[in-house]
Write a protein that binds this ligand. Structure first.
Ligand SMILES: [Zn+2]
Length: 465
């Protein structure tokens, strides 16, 4: 592979501000003259020991020892080759590189082809949204309050119904079937290779630096037997456990916010609705529950070393989603951000809320936020009749495991008191039930039998679940 001329390597580096490149992935703040710091992206830490010196073009982590220049940062962070790192940065500033044998750009590593294929596919889908065949797609957007400008802002596109529309278009641009397959853009079956996304509205999913790495696609037609939402499968550049839709658009406002706030919503249209309504720090997971890997990504963007950051979930009735999020946050006790839940009136999701009550109603959603543990406890208590002793005891048993999962040693006694207050019970009684839940999880059988639940319709009694 031809080498890039050293003079060009140096020139691109000199013209690139290392703090801009690192700042796209890590929230940086001033650490004295000529120095910035943030949470190290190469090891887990709670307080920032990752330093960047712009003038010198150098970074160094005092925690794990990682250090280097802007090229080594990209190689470590994005797993690209040296050549590709130089080419990426040259592309950013519009600088034309020269190679040692006088040749032009060589065939670069596989990953860059995957980025290129996804970018080309996004352009193809975007153009398709304007065709006559995409009427159903435009109607879907229009019915949800998104005009052509909104669609363009988020790069929404349309995957045509045929089997090989995208395949042909990208093949004509020089992409091989192997590249398209590795990028997750085509599938292989008895018919051979065919488009993965067909007859669907398509949202490009970008990484934190804004590169398209995959797609989320919603079905539009009744004769489509596939799932309602279909995503890019795992690829070398698309990792669903880490991907957060909208983060590329949200990251700047997240880092600038005071407090730094991330709003977690459930779908692509919810992210769109929030951003258009002015909640520009909204993001969503893509076809998976919010997990610990997502938290790591968020921690880096939020730079949450000062415990002032907020994560606000807007989920409604989806208990599985709530549980997953709650678990993720209880497991990650180093996450200093405060975690909240905001539920819209009538349980509307942000997209419907904006449609029915306007932009201001979406922004006001933040006024209703409630600490996540409090929310989870209230949800549990909601299923019981607290006017009866049986109801209160049942509610205590149901809610105690939630409090037992709180690892923060200051937070837990506080929530024991909250629970005691809500139930009108003695705090020591609540504490012993929480401790029991923390030890073994379940209440001993002899105490469970004391509270038979009677089914009012049949009169049959059973043991509380
Ligand atoms: Zn480090």
């Amino acid at each position: 592979m031809p080498r890039i001329l050293q003079a060009d390597v140096d020139e691109v580096k000199a013209r690139t501000n290392i703090a801009d490149i690192i700042g796209e992935r890590v929230a940086l703040k001033s650490a004295g003259v000529g120095s910035l710091k943030g949470l190290c992206p190469f090891h887990d830490e709670k307080s920032p020991s990752f330093h960047v010196r712009q003038q010198v073009g150098y970074y160094h982590c005092f925690g794990c020892g990682e250090s280097g220049d802007v090229y080594s940062f990209l190689r470590e962070m994005d797993h690209v080759s040296f050549t590709e790192a130089v080419e990426r940065l040259a592309g950013r500033i519009g600088y034309t590189l020269h190679y040692e044998d006088g040749g032009s750009a060589p065939e670069t590593s596989g990953r860059s082809r995957l980025y290129a294929a996804n970018t080309a596919a996004a352009e193809f889908f975007r153009a398709q949204l304007l065709t006559a065949d995409a009427e159903a797609g435009r109607r879907f957007l229009g019915e949800r309050g998104f005009d052509a400008g909104a669609a363009a802002h988020f790069g929404v596109g349309f995957a045509p119904r045929g089997w090989d529309g995208m395949l042909k278009a990208l093949s004509a641009q020089g992409f091989t079937r192997e590249e398209l397959s590795t990028a997750g853009l085509v599938s292989t079956g008895q018919r051979g290779v065919y488009d993965r996304f067909r007859g669907r509205l398509v949202w490009p999913i970008r990484d934190v630096s804004g590169q398209t790495i995959g797609f989320g696609a919603r079905k539009l037609f009744d004769d489509d037997n596939g799932p309602k939402y279909l995503n890019t499968p795992e690829t070398p550049i698309y990792k669903k456990a880490q991907v957060l839709y909208g983060l590329d658009l949200a990251k700047r406002d997240i880092a600038r916010g005071d407090p730094r706030r991330v709003v977690v919503v459930e779908g692509y249209t919810d992210v769109m609705a929030c951003h258009l309504a002015g909640l520009t720090t909204a993001i969503a997971t893509c076809g998976t529950a919010f997990g610990t890997e997502h938290i790591k990504v968020l921690r880096r963007v939020m730079g949450d070393d000062n415990a002032s950051g907020e994560v606000v979930f807007t989920f409604d009735g989806d208990e599985a989603g709530q549980k997953a999020a709650l678990r993720a946050f209880t497991e990650d006790d180093r996450f200093n951000a405060q975690t909240f839940v905001a539920v819209a009136p009538d349980g509307l999701d942000p997209c419907d809320l904006r449609l029915q009550r306007g932009d201001a109603a979406v922004r006001r959603l933040m006024d209703t936020k409630q600490p996540m543990f409090e929310f989870a406890i209230d949800r549990k208590l909601g299923g019981f009749d607290l006017s009866t002793v049986e109801g209160r005891v049942g509610a205590l048993r149901a809610a105690a495991p939630i409090v037992a999962e709180i690892r923060d040693q200051l937070l837990r006694p506080g929530y024991e008191r909250v629970l005691a207050r809500r139930l009108g019970m003695d705090p020591t009684e609540v504490r012993s039930e929480v401790e029991r839940a923390a030890r073994g999880g379940s209440t001993p059988l002899h105490t469970r039998r004391e509270v038979p639940q009677v089914d009012p319709t049949t009169g049959a009694s059973g043991i509380a679940p």
